[in-house]
Write a protein of this length. Structure first.
Length: 473
């Protein structure tokens, strides 16, 4: 029997019948499993809105929510030549792929001018005789590889360590963003503020207290295509000695002032040292990040006039950028910088606006207690902390010496006083400069008035015009 069966030829189904059976299975009982593999919708392609391609990254999003993606390619046609910018094949059939493109510096034959960007995407569907669904999208672009041009008109010869410098410059019409970069900080320039010179920009920048003395400032301009030009901003850094102090932290202070600042009741039950660190280290960092976020949203116009005012009749109890070491039971447990001046008069003394501006923030701010932050324009802000009461709300215009509320001891304050801080584009800066009428008159007012001759803190200094043109990096 076995021999006979082995000699009997097996019947085979023609290939066309097998295909028909697969389709029937897909449409009936097996449809739940196979129907997505036969979907007929081609992939979706999202091209960027920008019509310029240069050094700036450009993101393309390709998706297919059915069978997933099988392949995609990106080409750029310009000057009669087609360049492949991306070509990918997928075995796992992803639902979405994001391709970030930028013109490589070694791509031959690329010049400024018109171009066509073409994206071809195919899905992993078994439709179309197993070839899947295809979508092609293209976009007309302009290639721009030429950076903008900048010209320095006026600068500062001297800048205080932790203080502010001011420059005036011109930038070509294709400039999208410009300003001064120093270390990890960027200080934007503002056009239209120089009297009689609508084409000029003014930029305030800080050699921040936490930067090394040899940090180099650069005037930077970037166009929409991501092309960038840089120019050094040169000045003599004047050293400022910041104080160091040691503060002993007691159990009573932790219980009465520190623990109540923690929102989670469970956190207040930890060891005194841990409670202090949760506030002085973690919460302080959160508060300072919030202040930085608020003070980076600048009004692009000058809202102040003349010198700023120190709180009337006040005595300075602590200085800017003091290096404080905190000890508990004789052990150093933490350190922090004091980013302002502590000013004291009498209990619940009226707090005056240091100059004209707009209320950018009013409310509780952790270790700083009840806080008012004023926006004075061009990236400059003042902060008033530990207040017992606040008389204004966000958006209110404020005049010089208008009452904002009263001093207090809210937050991490050991007694009634005002914490006064000055911020420039998110960076805490030396407040005493802004209280000095001569510093304002010598370093800021001539530049806002459109003068090339700049009188610095150590005498007159004329900034010889410096210029970088298109094509120079």
């Amino acid at each position: 029997m076995s021999t006979l069966e082995s000699e009997t030829p097996k019947k085979r189904f023609p290939a066309i019948i097998l295909v028909v059976l697969i389709i029937v299975f897909a449409l009936l009982g097996g449809g739940y499993y196979l129907a997505p593999r036969f979907e007929r919708t081609p992939p979706q392609i999202m091209l960027p809105e920008a019509g310029v391609l240069g050094r700036a990254p450009m993101e393309i999003v390709v998706s297919d929510r059915g069978a997933g993606l099988k392949s995609l390619s990106v080409t750029l046609s310009t000057g009669g030549t087609e360049h492949t910018l991306a070509s990918e094949q997928y075995t796992a059939a992803p639902a979405e792929k994001k391709i970030t493109l930028a013109l490589p510096s070694n791509l031959a034959g690329i010049k400024d001018g018109p171009a066509v960007l073409r994206v071809n995407a195919r899905d992993a569907s078994l439709w179309n005789f197993l070839h899947g669904n295809e979508r092609v999208a293209q976009k007309n672009l302009s290639i721009d590889l030429t950076p903008p041009s900048i010209e320095l008109v006026a600068d500062d010869r001297y800048v205080n360590f932790g203080g502010v410098g001011v420059i005036v410059y011109k930038a070509s019409a294709d400039t999208a963003t410009s300003g001064v970069r120093i270390g990890e900080h960027f200080f934007p320039g503002f056009p239209g503020q120089i009297k009689g010179h609508a084409d000029r920009y003014i930029a305030f920048f800080a050699h921040a207290y936490d930067l090394p003395p040899d940090a180099k400032a650069q005037l930077v301009a970037t166009d929409k295509a991501g092309n960038t030009v840089e120019m050094p901003v040169v000045y003599i850094l004047k050293q400022i000695r910041y104080r160091k102090s040691t503060i002993a932290v007691s159990d009573k202070f932790i219980q009465d002032k520190v623990a109540p600042l923690l929102h989670d009741a469970g956190d207040r039950l930890g060891a005194p040292k841990d409670v202090f660190l949760a506030v002085n280290h973690k919460l302080r960092k959160e508060n300072e990040d919030k202040i930085a976020g608020i003070t980076r949203k600048a009004t692009p116009a000058v809202l102040w006039t003349g010198a700023f005012s120190q709180l009337s009749n006040s005595k300075v109890e602590a200085n800017f950028a003091d290096q404080r070491t905190y000890t508990y039971s004789g052990e150093a447990i933490d350190a922090a910088r004091h980013l302002g001046y502590d000013l004291s008069v009498t209990r619940h003394y009226p707090v005056e606006a240091a100059n004209g501006g707009t209320v950018a923030y009013a409310g509780d701010l952790g270790i700083y207690g009840n806080v008012v932050i004023l926006d004075h324009g061009l990236g400059l802000f003042t902060l008033y902390g530990h207040m017992s009461s606040i008389d204004l709300k966000v958006g209110d215009p404020v005049k010089h010496k208008q009452i904002l509320g009263k001093t207090g001891e809210t937050g991490l304050a050991a007694g009634d006083h005002l914490h006064f801080g000055v911020y420039l584009d998110g960076v805490a800066v030396l407040p005493v400069e802004w209280w000095d009428p001569k510093w304002i008159q010598d370093n800021i007012e001539p530049k806002l008035g459109g003068k090339r001759n700049v009188v610095g803190a150590e005498g007159q200094h004329e900034a010889a015009p410096k210029k970088l043109r298109k094509g120079v990096r």
